[in-house]
Write a protein that binds this ligand. Structure first.
Ligand code: FMN
Length: 192
């Protein structure tokens, strides 16, 4: 099983990257092949709304690092998208990436919708400074719904709260909990 993780934070050594790598570590221990991508290292431009992807070869015409991610996603069985919470939402980096998925994945609300993504597993993981994990729940629920409309098989939306009290790597409880998310993804053990 191939699992790729995306860290949509400008901080390569920040909380999001640590969380993604712990999840992938748990998956690797169960035999998965894993790879992390850091948006801080990548040049990903915003969607230009040219609709080139809906004509001809059905590909995004912007030649930037997103092309590498399209390729990686095509060959992956599961994706883990991690974002810091910024102003109660995903980071700008995560949003640019999500908009660019329009080129490869046809949402239910688009005329080209083909149910082609059914089965591509996705785990979303947010981390926020505020210790109240429920504070932005309506947004996290909405985001899950949006990825489901893109036909991803969303296997969980996790919220790591309280980052203002110290970095993720110092939180002993998170080591096991994050690894278990990765392990559950491989072993297909999800809460009902
Ligand atoms: C621009 C900006 C906006 C933020 N907005 C929120 C927010 O709305 N709610 C919250 O709880 N934390 C907020 N935070 C805190 C981050 O979510 C938190 O520090 C996170 O762990 C950062 O992840 P990173 O280390 O991967 O960059 C914000 C931080 C920044 C820089």
């Amino acid at each position: 099983m191939k699992i790729i993780g995306f860290s949509a934070s400008p901080r390569k050594e920040g909380n999001t990257a640590w969380i993604i790598n712990k999840i992938l570590e748990g998956a690797k221990e169960q035999g998965a092949e894993t790879r992390s991508w850091y948006f801080s290292d990548l040049d990903i431009k915003p969607c230009q709304s040219c609709y080139g992807c809906k004509q001809g070869e059905l590909r995004c015409i912007i030649k930037d690092d997103m092309q590498k991610l399209y390729d990686a996603m095509e060959h992956a069985d599961a994706l883990v998208l991690g974002s810091p919470t910024y102003m109660g939402q995903m980071s700008a980096q995560a949003k640019i990436f999500t908009d660019r998925l329009f080129a490869q994945y046809h949402p239910r609300f688009s005329p080209q919708f083909k149910e082609q993504n059914a089965g591509k597993k996705l785990v979303l993981v947010f981390n926020q400074g505020n210790p109240d994990a429920g504070m932005f729940q309506p947004y996290y629920d909405y985001t899950q719904k949006m990825f489901q409309l893109l036909e991803f098989d969303v296997k969980g939306v996790h919220v790591v709260a309280g980052m203002r009290n110290g970095p993720a790597h110092e939180r002993k409880d998170l080591h096991t909990v994050m690894k278990e998310i990765g392990s559950a993804l491989v072993l297909e053990r999800f809460p009902e």
